[in-house]
Design a protein around this ligand. Sequence first.
Ligand code: 13P
Ligand code: SF4
Length: 369
Amino acid sequence: MTATPQIEIFEPKVPHGPAAEPRPGSGAAARRLGVLPMPSLEWNEQVARETAHLYERVKTVVPPVEWPFFAPYVKAINTLKEQRNAVILAHNYQTPEIYNCVADFVGDSLQLAREATKTKAGIIVQAGVHFMAETSKLLNPDKVVLIPDLKAGCSLAASITGADVRLLRERYPGVPIVTYVNTSADVKAESDICCTSSNAVQVVESFGTDRVICIPDEFLARWVATQTKVKIIAWKGHCEVHERFTAAELRDYRVANPGVQILAHPECPPDVIGEADFTGSTSALIKFVKDKQPKKVVMVTECSMADNVAAEAPNTEFIRPCNLCPYMKRITLPKILDSLVYLREEVEIDPAIAERARRAVERMVQLKN
Ligand code: 13P
Ligand code: SF4
């Protein structure tokens, strides 16, 4: 940790509108591979029997009355995945029935990007947000990558455009540009390398320079600045979920729950991180709970994380402040099923942008752990 974090926030003189919305896919995959019949979604004894082992995984967080709604979708999705030779990559913020019952791989954004480079499946369904699906597509240009809802965006990705990054390059010539993966392909294309919350410090230090531009999350950049001697130039983007937590509410949790461990994601404001016992990526927070098995924990991040870890951490009590990510929550079992039946929405990236954006993502994935 540095004694005095060195940070400068760059604010454009002319405010701009939000980044462009993702465009619907062309339907090329559906024309090539065909649409499949919609499977039966009836709840009966056979479905109950065949999905009982999956209900075991979520029974502490999914009430029995809800399972008859989820189970037919779970069965249909798992059958269609085999038929389509598809995998589902699910982020740690997905709801428990997705995370535990249909996902093939779960993880933080770096783990999902790494997994995307390894899969042999022909189709990737991204149970996460659009920038994650774009990252998978960049790493798998010949595969079909589907996002079950095009509106699964991200406030950080919406905070910056490729034109903004060009402006930063002009303003700070020769200073390396590290871009958080929570950005569009357009923004990645203008960057030298990507990072996630789990490798941001390592990526910033990989250049060996005394200054690095780290965009667009101001709070992640401020946290990185506390962990390195490198001077950080940041952008004023924020995660609309993590920026809502306050230091005062964390202090109240500590008073009401003596001995509680407070774990925070680095997208939280600096005073919130200042109250935390540990800060890390979503997977680092999960690992902390599994390894240390604290008696009581507060996870200062998106709501579903506590539900997902709780299923695997029976010795820990979770105090649950709940800030939902409205974008992550757009992904549901019915939409994942539609994705596999109709092969939509296919993620397509302009090849000229994709080539440059891929370089930035690949540089990150190739950095040693
Ligand atoms: P992680 O890389 O820690 O999973 O974070 C992704 C994200 O969007 C957090 O809000
Ligand atoms: Fe984006 Fe925040 Fe949602 Fe993560 S939690 S996807 S950073 S809006």
